[in-house]
Design a binder for this molecule. Structure first.
Ligand code: CMP
Length: 364
């Protein structure tokens, strides 16, 4: 399994037109998309999302910055080289360009012909994907005999049938009703899980935001936020499970999560040392830690903390030195919240402070 990003964008700028009429549409764009990740791009029209998507799809020339796609740097490539890269990308764009003289089945099968694939396997794959997309009964119909939604699904089948490692989609569900839209996103999700394909899609369709691993929001040519959805949802659930955070509203919880920083540590790392000044609050995302207290010359283990547990609150609340040493016993991921942000969260809720103090006294 490769952990190299499928898309790696560094400091990409882009402008249309020249001289006086030049209009910059992308500024300092940095973005990475990993295998298996589904990234939804949102933002007002004209914010640069589609330009970025077409740059990633090797459909435009990179003007400034670096853009690596499927392991190739696109900046500086010739037209011919860009065309070769496009072959390995699945495009779902609204103008679906189906061949009118070919049936739905033949349109999809054509996409397989660009790739080395045994004829029997090709037929099976075309039939399977059209069936999954609810088109088993329309396989031999030509585009003019299909509805707009059905044509869009044929285009989706054609983009995905060769199981590309990267899929770029622009409003893939816009022409579809709720059920057909769900079928399309289910196929995208399957591809992300089964083939570890990276999927980048531009959409205004709120009904499909739930499939995103990350939501990237663009405004005026810049990425203004890049939120890891599942992670943020998981963290809010963890915080809400702690009695001390249970009182906070989901909005306050997610505002706290947004301020937290993820850290990865190997086993045996001392995250907190007894006696030191406290600087941050910790929540365990994955892994395990051991809490110990100096007992004469030796350390006495007083607790083991795991996923969803928090620590480091006592020194921050009381201003006293760290009451214990906390060491990772596994490869561990923690989210930390700085002292000031922690204080702000405490101030946000009087009962929150009361509860924290209760935990504090229980531990004494
Ligand atoms: P703090 O004193 O800031 O730093 C050490 C942390 O260890 C402390 O906050 C608590 O979060 C945690 N801790 C201390 N004693 C115990 C205990 N008996 N059980 C669980 N956690 C503890």
């Amino acid at each position: 399994m490769s952990d190299e990003p499928v898309i790696r964008i560094r400091q990409v700028q882009h402008a249309f037109g020249t001289g006086e009429a030049q209009k910059q549409v992308l500024y300092d764009v940095d973005l990475e998309v990993m295998p298996g990740e589904i990234v939804i791009m949102t933002g007002p029209s004209g914010s640069g999302k589609t330009t970025l998507l077409t740059l990633v799809g090797a459909l435009r020339t990179v003007q400034a910055g670096s853009l690596q796609v499927l392991g190739h740097e696109l900046a500086g490539l010739s037209h011919k080289q860009l065309v070769a890269i496009r072959r390995n990308i699945g495009f779902i764009f609204q103008a679906h360009n189906l061949f009118d003289s070919l049936t739905a089945y033949q349109n999809v099968k054509m996409a397989m012909e660009l790739h080395d694939c045994d004829a029997h396997e090709a037929r099976a794959r075309v039939t399977a994907i059209l069936t999954t997309l609810g088109l088993a009964h329309r396989m031999h119909a030509k585009p003019h005999a299909l509805s707009g939604g059905q044509r869009q699904r044929v285009a989706v089948a054609r983009a995905l049938v060769h199981r590309p490692k990267l899929v770029l989609a622009d409003e893939p569900t816009a022409a579809l009703d709720k059920d057909a839209g769900r079928e399309v996103v289910t196929v995208l999700q399957q591809l992300a899980v089964e083939e570890r394909a990276a999927i980048m899609l531009v959409t205004h369709d709120n009904r499909i935001l739930d499939i995103a691993d990350r939501i990237v929001n663009m405004v005026d040519g810049r990425i203004i936020s890049d939120v890891v959805v599942q992670e943020s949802v998981a963290m809010c659930a963890f915080l809400a499970k702690c009695p001390v955070f249970a009182q906070l509203t989901p909005t306050t919880l997610s505002a706290i999560v947004d301020k937290m920083t993820k850290e990865r540590h190997t086993a045996g790392t001392a995250l907190i040392r007894q006696g030191e000044v406290g600087d941050k609050f910790y929540l365990i995302r994955r892994g395990q830690c051991e809490v110990s207290i100096a007992d004469g010359a030796s350390q006495r283990v007083v607790n083991t903390l795991a996923e969803g547990d928090f620590f480091g609150e006592m020194a921050l609340l009381t201003g006293t030195p760290r009451s214990a040493t906390v060491v990772t016993t596994d490869e561990t991921e923690v989210y930390t919240l700085g002292k000031e942000d922690f204080a702000a969260a405490v101030a946000a809720s009087a009962s929150f402070k009361e509860q924290l103090l209760k935990v504090f006294f229980q531990r004494q």
